[in-house]
Ligand binder design. Structure first.
Ligand code: NDP
Length: 321
């Protein structure tokens, strides 16, 4: 039996490459000397794409393959895939939800604690020999904090559960109120920012969230306010954030995601009152393996005629008429 042709747009974990090679003829776009020639040659035959976030999976790419049926994307966020276009063109898009909820929630709590209690700064202080001179200055605390979550979805709820265990009050903002949660809902992001002293972002990227955390929201968060972002860098107006941190419009920030990764503005790197992580929210061996397996399982289930396991909202399965 001939194996179906699958295009892998960029380097993916070895276990994904190994497992897919058993079931598909895998074409590695990033290794092609002449990418254009590879795409042209594969145009009639590619039925599946395995995609990381490194290459946009846009209509210009997907549209080259009339027989394309599925795009399996690594990660729960899929803003690099034009899923709305895929849905309209009979292509199902899958992502890797749920298997990373606990890891990303752990990271969010770690980042929040690091930012409030300045743990990375205390580590630098000790290594610089300054403890020998005097103790590290007293820091802020989680005890007097109220957290507003922007994006109370799967991961947001795992974060809220942890915050409850820490005894920290939680409220949230999203486009819709969720009747089955006990946390207070704010229809307005600015109103929520006014009422909390931590704004924690775990909303997806894309047009509807682009820079919604802007100068007005940061002003509402106020001089005691802390911004934590484990969602997407594009949700924050980064120049406005830098300005707010410089002008002490807000107190500090803990960021795992940035607008133009892996490039992080020098101004942020130069600030000692921010904590910066290199997008490590889900980056443990355990969780990345689980995500990788889901990328493979979606493609194999689909090729076996069983349908995708985790289609995204824009491409429901079975397709709606
Ligand atoms: P979910 O889809 O379960 O939750 C997303 C939440 O965001 C929903 O509550 C939704 O509520 C809200 N939301 C969506 N659009 C808007 C909007 N325009 N305005 C306000 N709220 C909005 O996703 P997950 O919890 O699984 O993942 C969330 C995001 O976290 C991912 O998309 C990804 O970008 C990021 N992420 C980051 C990681 C990291 O390494 N730092 C790792 C994993 C994920 P409603 O529909 O009511 O608006």
């Amino acid at each position: 039996m001939t194996k179906p042709d699958l295009l892998m747009t960029g380097p993916m974990m070895q276990m994904i490459q190994d497992q897919l090679a058993q079931r598909f003829t895998v074409h590695k776009l990033w290794l092609a000397e002449d990418k254009e020639a590879m795409l042209r040659q594969l145009a009639p035959s590619v039925s599946a794409i395995a995609s990381g976030s490194h290459v946009p999976c846009d209509p210009a790419l997907m549209g080259r393959f009339p027989g394309l049926k599925i795009v399996s994307s690594f990660g729960v966020g899929y803003d690099h895939v034009d899923a709305a276009w895929a849905g309209k063109n009979g292509i199902v898009v899958t992502n890797t939800p749920d298997v990373l909820n606990e890891e990303v929630a752990d990271t969010a709590l770690g980042l929040l604690l690091c930012t409030v209690r300045q743990f990375p700064q205390t580590d630098r202080y000790l290594r610089a020999g300054k403890w020998l001179e005097k103790p590290y200055p007293l820091t802020g605390t989680l005890r007097d904090r109220k957290v507003g979550i922007l994006g109370l979805g799967r991961i947001g709820k795992a974060i809220a559960k942890r915050l409850e265990a820490f005894g920290v009050p939680v409220v949230y903002h999203g486009r819709t109120e969720q009747k089955d949660v006990a946390y207070r809902y704010y229809p307005s992001l600015v109103d929520m920012a006014k009422d909390v002293n931590v704004l924690l972002i775990v909303a997806p990227g894309g047009a509807s969230t682009h820079r919604i955390v802007n100068a007005e929201v940061l002003k509402a968060l106020g001089p005691d306010g802390i911004l934590i972002n484990v969602g997407r860098g594009s949700v924050v107006d980064e120049p406005a954030l830098i300005e707010a941190l410089k002008a002490k419009t807000i107190l500090s920030a803990g960021l795992d995601v940035f607008e133009d990764e892996p490039r992080v503005p020098a101004e942020l790197i130069g600030m000692d009152h921010v904590v910066l992580f290199p997008h490590v929210g889900s980056a443990s061996v355990h969780t990345r393996n689980a995500m990788a397996q889901l990328v493979v399982d979606n493609l194999v289930a689909f090729a076996d005629g069983k349908g995708p396991l985790t289609p995204v909202a824009e491409t429901p399965w079975p397709p709606q008429a």
